[in-house]
Write a protein of this length. Structure first.
Length: 412
């Protein structure tokens, strides 16, 4: 029986709150705190009346003193950071000051540069060790379940994993010409950055969306997917011994890409401030304000997501391949918790990760990425809480890059 302080009340937090309430055996009490308190109150109004006691609070998570005061008042066993990546370090500081466990779903981002690097959070390792508290980094789907899948593959099926391809397919259709499935600012930062993958100890950079492959996804069908940098590549390249290469591919439809290109060409995706009517504004933040709120996509999105990892390596001296993935139906998610599958596939693992720490299964002092823990109890909980996984021991592999493409087009 434990108490969690959930920071943020957006798409992901809403699903996590629903799931904590379903898992009232672990989450006896939750406090939902965010910048806009009315959103926390709306969530409470929807879910009150069950076994989990719910309270709400207003907090600016950029302000360590405010966070410390709130933690001291609520006295949670864990802080679940489901706000934005900009708040990771202030929330970690507040957890250190109050000796409270911490978890999040995305790595720290400075507001003025799109980096997607773990170095700032990894620097907290010793301080968390000394304070005797756990920080669980990246407990969403990707990062998150993809790291758990990797640890599970290594533990049960391989002596050595040499290649990992993470395939993130969203076969959902929301009917808008252009909208993003989660926070537009974070999403557009991610897809407009250069692509990057890791091979033989070095990072190989590509232009945005330069490398395209087709893949036939179970229950979704044939889709175009593009090589992107994604933050779990950094931790998995470090934590999976013997790895030779890791890549990440995400599917995008043509309409999304055409709109994104046009927005980029006119400067709307820039994070450089500009002066507008005597005020400094960031074009990407303005764009976010005019795009549909991801939370509003729930009722209109139909189709499925299919996200998983293909592994290639060795077992008992023999070559071996293994694919493990989850399929999630947008409308089923909406019926259950009022959100589409992107928020669902992130909010469920956020609840499970927090439960792993709270029940002592994943409780060791320090700062850890999710693949550094025993994957088995998490894999069991995925089946229980709505994200069942499927295994394929003879998967179709993603093509190798043709040699000439590698030599001529990639910027090393
Ligand atoms: P939303 O924009 O829907 O929600 C963000 C929430 O954080 C809002 O409630 C917002 O408040 C609140 N917030 C923002 N700034 C502050 C602040 N300074 N103080 C307090 N609260 C604040 O985002 P999502 O729910 O879509 O995403 C949440 C997180 O999940 C992000 O970090 C995202 O990167 C991550 N994510 C991870 C995925 C994974 O698989 N690992 C996949 C998808 C998302 P307000 O209502 O006032 O704006």
């Amino acid at each position: 029986m434990a108490k969690a302080l959930i920071i943020g009340a957006g798409g992901v937090a809403s699903v996590a709150v629903h799931k904590c309430v379903q898992n009232s055996e672990v989450f006896e009490e939750i406090c939902i705190a965010s910048r806009t308190k009315s959103k926390c109150d709306e969530l409470k109004a929807k879910l009150d009346g069950g076994k989990t006691k719910i309270t709400t609070a207003q907090v600016d998570a950029n302000n360590v003193d405010e966070l410390v005061a709130l933690i001291n008042e609520v006295k949670p066993d864990i802080v679940m950071n489901l706000a934005l990546p900009y708040q990771d370090l202030t929330i970690m500081d507040a957890c250190l000051a109050t000796k409270t466990h911490y978890m999040d779903t995305a790595n720290y981002e400075p507001e003025d540069t799109a980096k997607f690097e773990y170095k700032w959070q990894w620097e907290y390792k010793e301080r968390f060790e000394q304070a005797g508290i756990t920080a669980l980094l990246g407990s969403g789907f990707d990062p998150g379940v993809t790291g758990v899948f990797s640890a599970y593959a290594l533990k049960h099926y391989f002596d050595e994993i040499e290649y990992i391809d993470i395939l993130d397919c969203n076969g959902g259709d929301h009917g808008y010409p252009f909208a993003t499935n989660f926070n537009p600012e974070i999403n557009i930062r991610e897809v407009s950055a250069n692509g990057r993958y890791w091979e033989k100890g070095e990072w190989i950079e590509t232009k945005p969306m330069e490398i395209k492959r087709e893949y036939n996804f179970a229950e979704v069908g044939e889709k175009d997917m593009y090589l992107l940098y994604h933050e779990e590549l950094e931790s998995l390249a470090k934590n999976i011994p013997g790895l030779k290469r890791i890549r990440f591919f995400m599917t995008f439809g043509q309409s999304y890409l055409t709109h994104l290109k046009a927005l980029e060409n006119v400067g709307m995706t820039s994070i450089e401030p500009i002066e507008f009517e005597g005020k400094q504004i960031i074009p990407l933040q303005f764009l976010k304000a005019v795009l549909p709120d991801p939370a509003s996509l729930g009722p209109r999105t139909v189709g499925k997501t299919n996200i998983g990892c293909i592994f290639k390596g060795k077992k008992d001296g023999q070559d071996k391949t293994y694919y493990v993935y989850n399929i999630c139906d947008h409308q089923e998610c909406y019926k259950e918790v009022g959100s589409q599958a992107i928020s669902y596939t992130t909010g469920v693992p956020a609840m499970i990760g927090a439960a792993m720490v709270l029940t002592g299964k994943w409780n060791k002092p320090g700062v850890f990425n999710i693949e550094e823990f025993d994957p088995d109890p998490f894999m069991e909980e995925l089946n229980k809480w709505g994200l069942p996984w499927v295994e394929d021991f003879n998967p179709v592999l993603v093509d190798e890059l043709p040699a000439e493409e590698k030599e001529s087009e990639l910027v090393r």
